[in-house]
Design a protein around this ligand. Structure first.
Ligand code: P6P
Length: 335
């Protein structure tokens, strides 16, 4: 086939599944097409958010105590609708829902769990700043007593993970454990088309990303590390970039290298970001691209979750910057 013709995410998934699992039933590809359909619907709404009274808050707050934006509700309903009808998804767990939604009771039918943040960074929508959808796919462990318990799996057990960045273009970035692939939504044909095959994070970068307004609440080692980043030791010259939208800040780190940090702060003593549907999918992608992701003490994907919406500190980025951070964390009096 001519190189000029597009490779869509559906074609890529089928080829990848066939290569890795020759007897694959195509079920997984069908599941992922539920995510691409929902995120195309979200992209269409985000792209014209300023029209037709779509911006702004609903007046409600979610389980996180955060103000719910109108497009949060739309994105959440689009994902629940498109994934709920795939026929192989058993449980859906969303940042916007207090508890998981059981779609198919019988684990042998609904063998997949999808955990997602439908529209991360939505408070930035009114400012036309990039936002994103983040998702993580797990297998149902039929032995679990209830759907809530079934969802609480460490990130190491993710089957796949990804995000859709609604930025200057709409990009899906995805891994199923066999590398990281980027697809750009082509509005002319309404399909996500392969644009970034086999993404690798640079081993070292020149950017760091953290909300420095929270610095006084950071652990001591983190403050020392930031001081090192700002010094010109090791002839390293770093610049600071911070968008305040996780998917955008991580996507830049994935492509340019460096480090993104959301440490414990005075307000969020366990970190602000959520383990299951923010840190875990981001960590899976980072590691598959050659980077690292920790909570300052342990690998993010080793953490055994206790609850659906639990928060965690997140440090994610290039090997060099991450290993330097861990060296600061190990020093005596690091806290
Ligand atoms: P802060 C957005 O609200 C979000 O959940 C992430 O997308 C982002 O990384 C973080 O919060 C920004 O938090 O405290 O710096 O505004």
């Amino acid at each position: 086939m001519s190189e000029r013709l597009p490779i869509t995410v559906a074609q890529h998934l089928l080829e990848q599944q066939k290569r890795r699992f020759p007897d694959a039933s195509g079920e997984f590809s069908w599941l992922l097409s539920g995510i691409t359909l929902a995120t195309k619907m979200v992209a269409a709404e985000v792209r014209r958010a300023g029209l037709g009274n779509k911006l702004g808050a609903t007046g409600d707050s979610n389980v996180q105590g955060e103000e719910v934006q109108k497009l949060d509700v739309y994105a959440n309903e689009a994902l629940l609708h498109c994934l709920g009808r795939r026929g192989n998804v058993g449980v859906l767990a969303s940042e916007e829902n207090d508890t998981p939604v059981v779609v198919l009771q019988n684990p042998s039918h609904g063998k997949y769990i999808v955990v997602f943040d439908p529209l991360d960074g939505s408070s930035n929508l009114d400012l036309n700043i990039s936002v994103g959808t983040i998702f993580s796919i797990l297998a149902r462990d039929g032995s679990a007593s209830d759907a809530g318990a079934d969802v609480l799996q460490p990130g190491d057990r993710q089957l796949a993970a990804g995000y859709v960045l609604y930025g200057s273009s709409t990009m899906l970035v995805y891994t199923s454990g066999d590398g990281v692939y980027g697809f750009t939504l082509d509005p002319a044909i309404g399909a996500f088309v392969m644009s970034h095959p086999n993404i690798k994070m640079p081993a070292r970068g020149s950017l760091y990303s953290v909300n420095e307004a929270n610095m006084d609440g950071f652990p001591e080692y983190c403050r020392r590390y930031l001081h090192w980043l700002k010094s010109s030791e090791d002839d390293a010259i770093y610049s600071s970039r911070y968008i305040g939208s996780l998917v955008a800040d991580f996507h830049r780190t994935l492509l340019r290298g460096g480090i993104f940090m959301y440490p414990p702060t005075a307000r969020y003593s366990k970190g602000k970001l959520r383990l299951l549907y923010e840190a875990n999918p981001i960590a899976f992608i980072a590691e598959q691209a050659g980077g690292m992701a920790t909570d300052g003490r342990q690998r993010i994907m080793d953490i055994q979750p206790d609850s659906l919406h639990q928060r965690t500190p997140l440090y994610v980025g290039s090997k060099y910057e991450m290993e330097r951070l861990m060296a600061f964390a190990k020093k005596k009096g690091a806290e």
